[in-house]
Design a protein around this ligand. Structure first.
Ligand code: SAM
Length: 287
């Protein structure tokens, strides 16, 4: 074993990863995982050869994927800041967390109010391995991590960790940022969201973003083929499909469903073109 003591939560930096053959069996390096490919696009170090090869194939056909990834991550940060500073939210359930990177949800949220509580959930065991970096809550707040699959919302809702950390009598922000495109129609994503939202009190919020093919259909088709042929389900949806799927029955916060780069941008810097971003996002309140 790596140093004799590799265990979840002990890899601060993948540059000192053990040889792939020494990793625990639940970390499958033989095929790419979306969290690790996203980390590659963002310039992180938490990826293996299979992730890099697949990501490079995606980038060869769709080089602006890195722009979309960065803009999506920035959207996530602005949405969290809005939810705490302007909407008064103090609790988050972040499903499809991704590997820890800069501006994790609790860091942004607790910078605005240290008492914020966050439960993170992801289905990639490597995210679990890095979860320690997500458990750095301020003393006034709380963070927790569960390994869970968005396609099984009942398991998330009945998790003792979720129930202990979050108070379901008070508003909760449900975050599904850049994860719903990994839930194919056959898994009924609308029903999944309904199950989750039904448990949340009025005044809760849903934040979501989703990759689209509407600006570059050929590149999106190539990306979809690359992901699927590597065993990663991916389904791009256009902005109308995304809006209907996610925000029906909720009160959208202005400016509504827009490119993630256009959602309450900071400053007046020129923003990338739609065909570089290829990702829509929005925030909405449960009436
Ligand atoms: C592109 S990353 C997004 C990370 C973060 N939410 C963000 O927007 O910066 C997608 C994450 O969703 C996770 N994921 C994909 N399918 C999932 C599922 N069915 N259940 C839970 N997590 C999933 C992946 O492991 C990955 O960490």
């Amino acid at each position: 074993m790596y140093g004799g003591a590799w265990r979840p939560g002990t890899i601060p930096d993948m540059s000192d990863l053990p040889p792939e053959s020494d990793l625990p069996p639940e970390i499958d390096v033989s095929r790419p995982h979306p969290a690790r490919m996203y980390d590659y696009y963002l310039g992180g170090k938490n990826h293996f050869a299979a992730d890099r090869e697949t990501a490079k194939t995606v980038l060869a056909a769709a080089p602006t994927t890195v722009v979309g990834a960065r803009e999506n991550r920035a959207f996530l940060g602005r949405a969290v800041r809005y939810l705490v500073a302007e909407a008064g939210i103090r609790q988050f359930l972040d499903i499809g967390t991704g590997l820890p990177t800069t501006n994790n949800v609790h860091e942004v949220a607790q910078a605005a109010d240290p008492s914020v509580r966050v439960v993170y959930a992801d289905n990639d065991p490597l995210v679990l391995a890095h979860a320690r970096a997500l458990l750095t809550s301020s003393p006034e707040g709380r963070t927790a991590y569960i390994q869970a699959d968005l396609r099984d919302p009942a398991a998330i809702l009945s998790s003792p960790v979720v129930r202990e950390v979050l108070d379901f009598s008070q508003p909760i922000a449900l975050m599904t940022v850049a994860v719903l495109h990994f839930v194919l129609d056959e898994f009924k994503p609308a029903a999944i969201l309904t199950t989750l939202l039904d448990e949340l009190p009025s005044g809760s919020y849903l934040t979501a973003s989703h990759v689209t093919g509407e600006h570059l259909p050929a590149q999106a088709a190539a990306t979809t083929r690359t992901y699927r042929s590597s065993g990663v389900p991916l389904q791009v949806r256009d902005s109308d499909e995304f809006a209907r799927l996610v925000f029906d029955g909720l009160d959208l916060v202005p400016p509504g469903v827009v490119l993630v780069s256009e959602w309450r941008p900071d400053g007046t810097e020129p923003r990338p073109a739609p065909a570089e971003v290829n990702c829509y996002g929005g925030v909405a309140r449960k009436p």
